[in-house]
Design a protein. Structure first.
Length: 374
């Protein structure tokens, strides 16, 4: 078991080994961390969240205020936009960003009031027919960041106001108060959307007509076109390209690991395990397939049902799916396995997406390569 420690001295960025990550449906510990500044240690007794902008009532909400609102549970996979960046970097060409492998994701049980209820309490003044172009901006002013004096993000007001979008202000993670490195005492959870929008240590919500002006909304976490192939050229595109919201359908092979020695079972098969993620709002994952011949033929994997009986009424639309399969392989070296996922919305994982400078939203086929089968 890998023990992970964190520090408040500098940004904490880490991921667990993917074979460890898929050992449980709910990521109880050692999930990934992505930060752009130090981790603040906040006092829940004094912390407040302000609601400003195009609202009838400016609010200053304490943690008890948020706790007194109806509480909602969401089982949601939270994923860094740069998950699998290493694969884009090594399979396609160099990208600009820290080197995430396949473990920058965690599937957790989040609980707190709906953002919608907070906004209703404040009284949104923007007309209903403008919601799709307006935004709800989130901010954390608790600590400076590497590229800005504060951290911010935003999502469309229409999504924030939809009850079935399940956007919450999380006070708990896996039935416990949030840990400091996961946003204590309150963070936003935006299901299906890149983790960059699920702002930690939340202290301000603003209803506004435009996106967040923060660096991490305007000059980061965007899928730039291939012609923006260096930092200098990217300057011509940041203002023209939308910020990532929904993440794409995806799957990863965790077992067997790349370059590992695999022993055949008595039936001549190899056991394959991994996780799969739905695309945006189109969950859950309904099918995962595995190929041992480079994608010429595919076999259905078994989707593992992992929610306890007492949670049977909690939707798995936003959750990841763990899966397993037994695939026939011949003995030898240089063997390769592929996986692809399909979600309820009909989105099918692509063989290989187009390269982008930031290496974000990579969702090429899951792959385990250079296997020695004995």
């Amino acid at each position: 078991m890998v023990t992970l420690e964190y520090t408040v001295e500098k940004p904490l960025n880490r991921e667990p080994p993917v074979e460890q990550l898929i050992s449980s449906f709910i990521t109880e510990k050692d999930g990934y961390d992505r930060n752009h500044g130090p981790i603040p240690y906040l006092d829940a007794a004094t912390h407040r969240v302000g609601v400003y902008g195009a609202v009838s009532n400016i609010l200053s909400l304490s943690i008890p205020d948020l706790s007194s609102l109806p509480q909602h549970t969401v089982i949601c996979a939270l994923q860094c936009a740069g998950n699998r960046r290493h694969t884009m970097r090594t399979k396609l060409k160099e990208v600009n960003g820290i080197d995430w492998f396949d473990g920058a994701v965690m599937n957790c049980r989040w609980r707190g009031p709906r953002l919608r209820d907070v906004l209703l309490k404040s009284g949104v003044k923007i007309p209903r027919d403008k919601w799709s172009s307006a935004h709800v901006a989130f901010a954390c002013f608790q600590t400076p960041c590497q590229d800005d004096e504060w951290y911010g993000a935003s999502i469309e007001l229409e999504r924030a106001m939809r009850e079935d979008a399940d956007v919450i202000l999380a006070l708990e993670m896996n039935n416990k108060p949030l840990a400091p490195n996961h946003g204590y005492p309150v963070r936003v959870i935006t299901p299906g959307i890149a983790g960059a929008r699920s702002v930690k240590w939340l202290d301000r919500i603003t209803v506004q007509l435009t996106e967040s002006p923060n660096y991490y909304q305007q000059h980061d976490y965007k899928i730039l076109p291939p012609e923006a192939d260096c930092v200098e050229k990217a300057k011509n595109y940041w203002h023209r390209v939308p910020a990532i919201q929904d993440m794409p359908v995806n799957s990863v092979i965790a077992i067997p690991a790349n370059e590992s020695k695999v022993e055949l079972c008595e039936d001549g098969c190899v056991e394959v395990k991994g996780y799969a993620l739905p695309g945006g709002e189109d969950g859950p994952v309904i099918k995962v397939e595995v190929s041992a011949d480079g994608g010429s033929t595919w076999e259905d994997a078994e989707l593992i049902k992992c929610v306890e009986n007492e949670e049977k009424d909690v939707s798995l639309k936003w959750a990841w799916c763990l899966w397993r399969a037994k695939v026939k392989l011949e003995k030898g070296t240089g063997k390769r396995l592929l996986s692809r996922a399909t979600d309820k919305g009909g989105n099918v994982q692509t063989r290989c997406p187009e390269w982008n400078l930031r290496g974000v939203a990579y969702n090429g086929y899951g792959e385990s390569k250079d296997l020695e089968v004995v």
